[in-house]
Design a protein around this ligand. Sequence first.
Ligand code: 5AD
Ligand code: SF4
Length: 469
Amino acid sequence: MAEANFISNEELALQNDIAQSIARENEGRSLTFFVETFGCQMNVRDSETIQGELSEMGYTAASEKESADLILYNTCCVREHAEKRLMGNIGALKELYDRKPGMIIGVCGCMMQQDGVGEKLLKRFPHVSLVFGTNVIYRLPEMIRRVMNGERVLVKDRAGDSIAEGLPQLRDNPRSAFVNITFGCDNYCSYCIVPYVRGRERSRDPKDIRDEVASLVRSGITEITLLGQNVNSYGNNGTAGMTFAELLAYVSDVPGLKRLRFMSSHPKDLNEDVMQAIASLPNVCHHVHLPVQSGNDEILRRMNRRYTRERYLSIVRRLRELVPDIEFTTDIIVGFPGETEEAFADTMSLVDEVGFASAFTFAYSPRRGTVAAGMADQIPEAIKKDRLKRLNELQAKKTVENNAKYIGHEGEVLVEGFDCCGEQTMLYGKYQNFKMVYFPGDAGLLNRYVPVRVTKLSKNSLLGEMIHA
Ligand code: 5AD
Ligand code: SF4
């Protein structure tokens, strides 16, 4: 893990000054922004910072893309199809831009950190005037200023070792928030582009994390998810002065915090201390998102995951022993180079054995510059597709099995939303262990904690009723 390079207060103040001067110029112009986010929670969190900065510059959120004065795509490059979709989306904005030439169209995020991609984009799409990477978000005011001066701007930070604290943020969700604990990744799984685009792993200071959580809780948020590519390596090498297990304890006693979640966990680093923390801290949720990627030891070795199938299963067993109602979710890749039918069968048998509550499943997608992309024994697309289908069918069956355990279950649900079709308003929300349940109720209960009993199962979900005292 790298020593973080904290952006200085002088630099942050300078950016803030630029933002204020832009806000003064924008006064009375009612300018609006639309930020579209692709990919993972890291990007969602980054977009909240970007939106916060844009608000400081006098922009407000547009209700729809078509009416916005500034459109920004926050991109992902973990798998290939995201790129194709983005190019299509940007091409389609040309018509809008021609009708509204003063508008700003920008692209940021992981894909823009890849060599040559931002340059190519600016060349191909003259209506794009702003491109920036993941590690320079704090410089957005300066970039917008340059675009306003007629420049086409491309900014990225190749070192990727910085942390900027105290940036503004604009969050849409009043009940639940993501809080970064680490940035970047040092694990170099052989299929993964993230370490190349998001830079070295660096940890935030525990106090900055706790202060952010406390301030969110003061604003009414009660559910926090700590974010990192591998939360379990938080503070490795002593750079933050605390381990992840210690951080969980330190953050969990923020007064008013009802639910503390974290993701993603890495099986090579999830240790006994973390398991004990999950078992003993009352508001740490009984859910672990624990990407397994494959159930076969040889594939895991070639993926550079640095654990075995047995080690993975032993974590699952130990956590279930300590925390009987714990639920696991996972990420799985099929069709990794060299994956034989036997190796794939090991993934299927692991999925069968663990009984994940749910799984994100992917066909392996070669990423330029990664070790796996250069491996000789690439798997034909048709085989990947067939394995993905078989895996998804198995997981669908396992989800139903997992759901069946919940008949009669009672617990508090944090209400996330409602569906109004039909005669009754159906609310939905999650138990603390991440299981989602639907139940009839009043839309006024949105964002509240409600006791719910599961009464029956529908195809893939739990149905319940409110418990009245
Ligand atoms: N191909 C397919 N899936 C990938 N993931 C990461 N890189 C790739 C790739 N090249 C998946 C992993 C990871 C999740 C976020 O995305 O399963 O856990
Ligand atoms: Fe990618 Fe592995 Fe890092 Fe996750 S832990 S971001 S899969 S390199």
